[in-house]
Design a protein. Structure first.
Length: 220
């Protein structure tokens, strides 16, 4: 058990060190020597977990999946909003997630498909929107795949701008502004006053059932 825990710690150390190096230099300029120096590990320890720099980058990209777990909300449109706000806040403090996003955004020799993180985010949001539509939360006739793709693309552009302007310190505010602009063309009028576009609920929290709106579910 102790050996397994050491293995988990060393793998995490490699990912955190690689995230710092990729974040500072980009994928192409980063070297495994510098990653090992930051991690304080041997090359043997590195190859035990990752056979190459590309394998490290692939593991970092997978970190986005951990940040795409929807919070439990009765109102599914609120779940989409809260997930995007929490993702924005995690980008402010999570070095691994920041490196993951950079790998997906920048043009480099990293061979893994750059579309994968975007496709996953679009699929998660589209699934929530379909639930929202069945609950009568959305305006009729929406192309939900198009909406999900637009949300992901807009978030991506905003986080790039926020990185340039404020090192992502204003990213949650930018995401809140995005939702204030999008919701009038997306949400059913009756749900609009019940939606919060500012601060997401505490991580891992659930919505108070007594506070949930009484929505009539539409036929599946």
């Amino acid at each position: 058990m102790a050996q397994q825990e050491r293995g988990i710690r060393s793998r995490r150390s490699i990912l955190e060190a690689a995230a710092e190096v990729f974040g500072e230099r980009g994928y192409d300029a980063a070297s495994t020597n510098e990653i090992l120096s930051r991690a304080g590990l041997t090359r043997g320890a590195l190859y035990h977990h990752f056979p190459s720099k590309e394998a490290i980058a692939a593991a970092l990209v997978e970190a986005q999946s951990e940040a795409l777990v929807p919070p439990v909300r009765t109102v599914k449109l609120q779940a989409v909003i809260d997930m995007s706000l929490e993702f924005a806040r995690r980008l402010q403090r999570d070095t691994v997630l920041r490196a993951s996003v950079r790998l997906a955004v920048e043009q480099s020799s990293f061979a893994q498909s750059a579309r994968a993180p975007y496709d996953e985010a679009i699929a998660v949001i589209e699934h929530l929107l379909r639930q929202a539509d069945r609950q009568g939360e959305l305006l009729p006739g929406m192309d939900l795949r198009e909406v999900a793709s637009t949300v992901v693309g807009s978030f991506t552009g905003l986080q790039v701008m926020s990185q340039v302007y404020s090192n992502r310190q204003d990213l949650p505010a930018r995401v809140s502004a995005l939702w204030r602009l999008l919701l009038p063309g997306l949400a059913a009028p009756g749900i609009m006053p019940r939606l919060c576009t500012d601060t997401p609920a505490a991580e891992g929290g659930t919505e108070d059932a007594d506070a949930a709106p009484d929505l009539q579910a539409a036929p599946v």
